[in-house]
Design a protein around this ligand. Structure first.
Ligand code: GTP
Length: 173
């Protein structure tokens, strides 16, 4: 059985690429799986975890294509800019669409409240409230304050996700 994939998402400027770059091995490569329509995903592995990162910003029209990959997804990372209170509701819409997808039910999700180093960042508790994470009942969720630039908080969030994925697999067996 191939390792379950981790789906990465978040709005533009949330620090998604920065967090992903921190996780990526140095010799990572990008793959265009459907290059004819310009739909690209980035894949890499870190330890036992296999990542599939979709660029979810600005390419909503390809959503129905990448949704085919949701069946292989065993974990989700979702990045938010915790200094951007104005666009928090846009992030929430994106997150809600993911959370509502039938193929992603029960799939654990870690939300990175990113840019925590900036003075204007709101706390993870406030992010939690704005994104209404307490309403998530069908899957394990976790919020981790992170600094994509230094990687602070990123490994802890990813480790939590990895543990949840292992647990889920063993209960499904
Ligand atoms: P798109 O490529 O537009 O989708 O954005 P993205 O979500 O991938 O964000 P990106 O990683 O490009 O980061 C946006 C900006 O935020 C960059 O200038 C980063 O250097 C900065 N940034 C990312 N993470 C952090 C963080 O934790 N703290 C601070 N201070 N800046 C960050």
């Amino acid at each position: 059985k191939p390792p379950a994939r981790i789906l990465g998402g978040g709005r533009d400027n949330s620090g998604k690429s920065t967090v992903i770059n921190y996780l990526k091995p140095k010799k990572a490569h990008s793959e265009d799986i459907v290059p004819t329509v310009g739909f690209s995903v980035e894949t890499f592995t870190k330890g036992a975890l296999s990542f599939t990162i979709f660029d979810m910003s600005g390419q909503g029209r390809y959503r129905n294509l990448w949704e085919h990959y949701y069946k292989e997804v065993g974990g989700i990372i979702f990045c938010i800019d915790s200094t951007d209170q104005i666009r928090m509701c846009v992030a929430k819409d994106e997150l809600d669409a993911l959370l509502a997808h039938a193929d992603l039910s029960k799939v654990p999700i870690v939300v990175f409240a990113n840019k925590m180093d900036l003075p204007t960042a709101i706390t993870p508790v406030e992010c939690c409230r704005k994104l209404e994470l307490e309403k998530i009942l069908d899957k394990p969720w976790h919020i981790a304050a992170s600094n994509g630039l230094t990687g602070e908080g990123v490994d802890a969030g990813i480790n939590w996700l990895g543990e949840q994925m292992v647990r889920l697999r063993s209960t499904r067996r």
